[in-house]
Every structure is written in C-alpha cells, then in structure tokens.
Write a new protein. Structure first.
Length: 87
C-alpha cells in the first residue's frame, strides 16, 4: 500500500474517479437537465484535479516549481468557480 503513495498511483486512481464523476454528472445534466451547469462542473473538477496533481508531484519528489505551478492552476480554477457561482 505504501508503494501506491510513493509512486503516485493512488492519485492516478483518484483522478480516474474524478473523471468518471465528471462524466456521470455531465450525462445527468444533458439527459435530465439537473445538476451543475457544465462550466461550473468543469471549473470545480479542474480545481480539484490541479490539487491532486500538486499532491502527486509532491509525493513523487518533483521540483517545488512543478508543485507550485499546479497549486497556482488550482487557485485560478477555484477563483473562476467561485466567480461563476457568486450571486
């Protein structure tokens, strides 16, 4: 189990589940017209995916610039997500 964390495989599995989640929510939205608008769904998943990629980079010993870049991408995706939901 520790190897899954050391080589980042656990993050790959989480990212795959996030992709599946996005597909399911997209199908629900297009078929039934319920749930988040697709733009909100995309920014929500993008911010989470960026954080997961930052964690994967940190777990696998990537340079700090790579980790920071993923964190900045996550921040911008989060800000866009908040801006689209702000009333």
């Amino acid at each position: 189990m520790s190897e899954w964390f050391a080589n980042g495989r656990v993050i790959d599995a989480i990212l795959a589940l996030m992709l599946l989640e996005g597909i399911v929510f997209w199908i629900i939205r297009t078929r039934y017209g319920r749930g988040l608008p697709l733009r909100a769904l995309a920014t929500l998943l993008a911010s989470g995916a960026a954080l997961m990629l930052a964690l994967r980079a940190a777990l696998t010993g990537a340079r700090w610039e790579i980790v920071s870049a993923f964190l900045v991408v996550g921040l911008f995706a989060h800000l866009v997500d908040v801006a689209t939901r702000w009333e």
